[in-house]
Design a protein around this ligand. Structure first.
Ligand code: NAP
Length: 285
């Protein structure tokens, strides 16, 4: 059996097309979603991510600002910029690109972003609202994972979902969102014993560990949905997921490739959060 491929690029394009139409309608009411991205230092991967976000804003008709700050910028100066953006009416979403240089405390910066402009969904209030099931801005990659599972047409309710990885930015929020969809969720991590026995029970398997090609066919129940969040740069420069796609696709159900699976969804969900934040700011949501 060869699995069907979940095409994140295509889903992303569809979502962006419907957002473009909505942005056009909003602009007729004088509302233009605005995103500010702050980059401190010159990390090459971060520079690429920031450029992609800038381009996505441009393509969708959002207002965007990119603040490129020197790596030696003090925490106080960064917090002052966040404070200014919190107060700026043309800005509905603020994203401070992580990681930050070592002398800046990431938590202090995330905590300083206004909750309603926290389009990364990392502020403790948004995280808390996610935990208790209240309305919140959802973290982008986990929201993208759920959207991709929905697109398979496979009902999550009542299914056994296993998440490998328990980070604050992927594994934990994915597990909460799966519970919200009424899946029964098991979390695995680096201390999990007999992991294969657990993952082989999964109807839905989400992998977010950061180890290239770690999950092979032996981890997967025949027909299971497999979502690979991993993005690992190999020595030859190529990008690899955490799932050994070639072997797993022979046993799994719908599966995401890397690249072209979860990756494209992350920026799309960021744009969606900015649109939601803009509508809320104007009392339209
Ligand atoms: P992370 O913070 O390093 O967390 C990795 C998690 O995997 C930890 O919970 C760790 O367990 C677990 N783990 C590590 N080795 C394991 C093993 N051998 N068996 C079981 N669990 C293991 O990573 P992350 O930020 O969640 O990112 C995970 C991957 O997703 C990375 O490849 C990253 O690049 C990618 N990512 C992609 C996107 C996207 O847009 N597509 C966004 C974010 C991240 P412990 O907690 O026990 O240490």
């Amino acid at each position: 059996m060869t699995a069907s491929i979940i095409n994140g690029k295509e889903v992303s394009q569809e979502l962006r097309a419907s957002m473009t139409a909505e942005v056009k309608r909003l602009s007729e009411q004088g509302v233009v979603p605005g995103l500010a991205v702050v980059l401190v230092g010159e990390d090459p991967a971060s520079q690429v991510y920031v450029r992609n976000k800038e381009k996505a804003c441009h393509d969708l008709g959002f207002y965007s600002e990119v603040h490129r700050l020197d790596a030696s910028t003090s925490q106080a100066d960064l917090l002052a910029l966040v404070d200014k953006l919190n107060k700026q009416e043309s800005i509905n979403g603020i994203l401070v690109q992580l990681p930050l240089p070592g002398h800046i405390e990431e938590k202090a910066v995330i905590d300083a972003i206004a909750v309603e402009k926290d389009v990364d969904g990392f502020h403790p209030v948004n995280v808390g609202n996610l935990v208790i099931g209240d309305d919140s801005l959802l973290p982008c990659t986990p929201a993208g994972v759920i959207e991709l599972i929905k697109r398979t047409g496979i009902e999550m309710s009542g299914k056994h979902a296993v998440v490998i990885g328990r980070s604050n930015i992927v594994g934990k929020p994915v597990s909460l969102l799966l519970q919200r969809e009424n899946a029964t969720v098991t979390m695995c991590h680096s201390r999990t014993a007999n992991m294969k026995e657990i993952t082989r029970q999964a109807d839905i398997l989400v992998v977010a560990i950061g180890r290239a090609n770690f999950v092979d066919a032996e981890y997967v129940k025949p027909g299971a949905v497999v979502i690979d969040v991993g993005m690992n740069r190999l020595d030859n420069g190529k990008l690899a997921g955490d799932v050994d796609f070639e072997s797993v696709k022979e046993v799994s159900g719908p599966i995401t490739p890397v690249p072209g699976g979860v990756g494209p969804m992350t920026i799309t969900m960021l744009m969606q959060n900015t649109l939601i934040a803009a509508k809320r700011a104007h009392g339209l949501a």
